[in-house]
Design a protein around this ligand. Sequence first.
Ligand code: SF4
Ligand code: SF4
Length: 365
Amino acid sequence: MVPSRKNMNRVPVADNSPAHTDTKDSGSGPLAFSRAFPGVIRIEPSSLCTLRCLHCPTGTVKFSRGVMDAGTFARILENIRVNIHNIRVVVLYHGGEPFLNKEFLTMVRKIKDSGVPHIKTDTNGTLLNLNLIQQICESGLDEIVFSLDGTSFEQNDTIRRGCDGRRVSENIKKLAEYKRTNGFAKPDIFIATTQFLEKCKKIGDQLPAIPQYLHDFFADEITRRDLSFRTTFAMKWPDLNMDEELFEVICDSEGPQIRNFCDDIISTITIRWNGDIVPCCYDLTSKMVMGNLLKEDIGTVWNNKKYLRLRKGIYEKKFCPLCDSCNIVKPRRFLLLKEPLKNWLNKGMIKNMEIDPETITGEET
Ligand code: SF4
Ligand code: SF4
């Protein structure tokens, strides 16, 4: 997965005004910032990851990691069932590789059985094999998004430390073929690709093109409409432990002035592997824990004092430290490649990049 893909995961909603309140207090008091039960539930099956990508907090920061246990998931399922009429989407992904949770597909089936209309996940694809492909198609998963970055497989494997992009791509082809030949309508398959912005005068709303190597590799699948692409530029995420020798940051201070509003705080709740609830996909290291699902229901946390304060701060543009460094409500900050990394990428010098084996093997840190 790529950090920017988390952005692609956002499920926008229309309500962007504190006047859209579901309480009797429609003034400027704290209750004016309470909201109806969220329509999008993000669940983190695993915060462990098989990769250590250079442009991602998960890949560059050490923090406590783990896999969601059965008890925590059962609590989530209870909450989903009670609030099923409010829920439109469940995203089974936050900050790691979801398939590291051996119960992942059981989770999908149980959520599907509870009546959730759309279930999606993001994966780096490193664990995909024929057995898993078959189970994914039978699970009821609606959407699966794979990440492949850069302008060549060599670039992908350098940035996405530990990845074999060609192998992942071959397995994506096998998934598309298995789905097609066995008549499965789902999951919809996407490839999310993160590219690096070149220095330019005006960034505006430009998006990168699909890189040629992916276009070529998946030419047949594109023709058959077996899969689609989503492209984005790499951004500086809050808490990214950025190697300043490899990256620089360019701030889009003249960018579109539509970024004063955050829809996560009215549409989406995010539950980490250990039950902690955090405000959004930007909080990959639990900087701002709003509550814990093992102690309180989702609905209670969703309108607790911390959430009311968070919403008030965003509406009044008095941002907490997490929001103050966020690309949604502040000018976007893009990651640019510096010369050493550019050279390594061009030469495919992936052996220069060291990987911390602790994280690769999924040890809690
Ligand atoms: S694969 Fe892991 S390290 Fe790489 S971007 Fe995704 S979560 Fe981050
Ligand atoms: S960091 Fe703050 S503004 Fe940004 S998405 Fe999260 S809650 Fe919204």
